[in-house]
Each structure stands twice: as C-alpha cells, then as structure tokens.
Ligand binder design. Structure first.
Ligand code: DQA
Length: 153
C-alpha cells in the first residue's frame, strides 16, 4: 500500500507561522513523524507541499490510477486555505477516484465562519481536525484501516 500526503499553501511555514494556533512543529517534523508511523504500519508514503493550486492539482492527477498514474492507494490532504475555496482540487480528487482523508491542524469549526465550509469534506473518507500535528497521524491510521477494510480478502 502506497499513500501520498499533500500539504497546501503556507504549511511550509509551520513552526514560525502563527505558533499559538499551529504549534512549534515544522512541516519537516510532521513529515518525519508521518514517515515513522507509515513504516510502523507497513505502508509506503510520499509527501509533497506546494503553495500553488495548480501544482497540487498536477500532483493529484499524477497520483491517480484513473488518470494513468496509479501509484497511490490513498491521499492525506491538508489543502490549507484552498480547502475553503478550491473547486479545482475537489474536481482533481474526484477525477482520480483515489480515496482521501481531509486533515487540519486546527479545529476549523472553532475559527472564522469562512473556514467552516470545505469543498472536499463531503467526498472524503473522513475529516480530522483540531489535534495539531497528531491530526496527521490519526488521519493516516484512519485511512490505512479504511483501505485495509476495503481490500479483497
Ligand atoms: C489549516 C486550516 C485552514 O483554514 C488554513 O487556511 C490553513 C491551515 C489547518 O491545518 O488548520 O492554512 O488547513
């Protein structure tokens, strides 16, 4: 099993970005923790961050079997602010038909009203938010368990 973790805009600044809200962990720390957890679960994991909507769409297209990629069984995605605005990222995820989990460090529902809407959530296997960096490992555990439960026996 091979998974892709996608990080959207401004997440490259974690560690120095609004630390009261997002905590001290950097994206390198988060990716390292995810890689450890993936190894413990026996799954492969690649990570990709971009500040650009189109670059995220390109990466999703490359990831998906339905568009000729087929490298990945599932996607973890923290699309950052694009979560609340991007129909293009939603459409890309639907086009590739790769199961995905939406992740946020912060509890978006306890923040400004414009963060309460997600263009992705209704198509996700699940949504995890509010646990800081642990949101990612919880999402990884959930996605792997979901995919294993779907696999033919
Ligand atoms: C975020 C929440 C988004 O609303 C925000 O735009 C981000 C980070 C989170 O992980 O809490 O960039 O996705």
């Amino acid at each position: 099993m091979h998974l892709l973790a996608l990080h959207g805009p401004n997440l490259n600044l974690l560690g120095s970005r609004e630390p009261a809200l997002y905590g001290p962990a950097t994206l390198v720390d988060i990716d390292a923790t995810l890689a450890e957890r993936a190894q413990a679960l026996g799954v492969g994991l690649d990570c990709f961050q971009s500040n650009h909507e189109g670059a995220l769409v390109d990466r999703i297209q490359q990831a998906g079997a339905a568009t000729g990629g087929g490298w990945y069984d599932g996607i973890l995605i923290n699309a950052g602010a694009y979560t609340h605005t991007s129909i293009a990222i939603r459409d890309a995820l639907l086009a590739v038909r790769t199961p995905f989990v939406e992740v946020h460090l912060s509890n978006v529902h306890a923040r400004e009203p414009f963060r309460h809407h997600s263009t992705l959530a209704d198509k996700a296997v699940g949504v995890i938010c509010g646990f800081g960096p642990m949101s990612y490992t919880l999402a990884l555990d959930g996605l792997v368990a979901h995919l294993r439960s779907q696999a033919p026996r």
